[in-house]
Design a protein around this ligand. Sequence first.
Ligand SMILES: Nc1ncnc2c1ncn2[C@@H]1O[C@H](COP(=O)(O)OP(=O)(O)OP(=O)(O)O)[C@@H](O)[C@H]1O
Length: 282
Amino acid sequence: MRLERVGRRYGPRGPWVLRGADLDLPGSALVRVVGTNGTGKSTLLRLVAGIDAPSEGRITGRPPRTAYVPERFPAALPFTATDYLVHLGRVHGLGRATARARAGEWLERFGAGEHARTELAELSKGTGQKVAVAQALLADPDLLVLDEAWTGLDTTARTELDRAVRERVAAGATAVFVDHDPRRLAGEADAVYGVESGTVRAVAATARDVPEEPRVRITASGGKPLPEGLPGTPAIEPPDPDDPTRPLVLTVDAAHSDALLGALLAASWHIHHLGTEEGVRV
Ligand SMILES: Nc1ncnc2c1ncn2[C@@H]1O[C@H](COP(=O)(O)OP(=O)(O)OP(=O)(O)O)[C@@H](O)[C@H]1O
């Protein structure tokens, strides 16, 4: 599949979110898309998935069996989890019995089997996300597009999704994903693309070629919640602290460390330690 000189803007006079984007998506490949907040990653993924059309340029060779998981699951649909999955399985060309069996298997796999008959509107956010992910995997897609699909899943389901993505790629599919956590499938991507200032560029031809960028570790604590949209999208440990006053370790590319420190200090966070980390990769 290929994107050639693709541009997208919202509205005829809107600013170009993407312009002149070229992208080759081979089969049997895991492709990561990175970039800071609001640079157009979701826009690019919607174009790749075919649920949005480019304002200019062309997209060719998209496999017929394409699946997409958006950042937010539209939970207000009037179906039970199983009926929704069967319906989408039918849309993807599965027979009713196969769609029903696979719906059950995927819900079980993600630990949501007990919610098979729950109305979508009554599902918790996390279980709704499990249904969204099951929907995408149900019909063995040849192109799997995941936009922050891990967000909201519990640890077991996240690991299961990692496994399912690897299985699809091993079966010959292309999986394109965005995730804010740089450790997600770290070192496994066949290609990494960065979206920046409206353009898409290869950050690394293969995971092995990722340049060794120094990473900075900041240990910090604060009484207030962390500010939204931290510079450099740092990895944060532990990800869900029980005690907000407990120090967190934030790891970020050195290029963003000053901005991140500034954001933490502006939010009245206390900095305990600052150091570099060797060998951390995208
Ligand atoms: N449907 C839309 N209508 C108008 N503007 C939009 C629409 N979708 C996205 N945009 C704009 O396009 C730009 C890129 O948004 P997009 O969601 O693609 O970025 P992103 O990199 O995925 O962001 P984030 O990391 O915050 O998820 C933003 O300025 C956004 O406001």
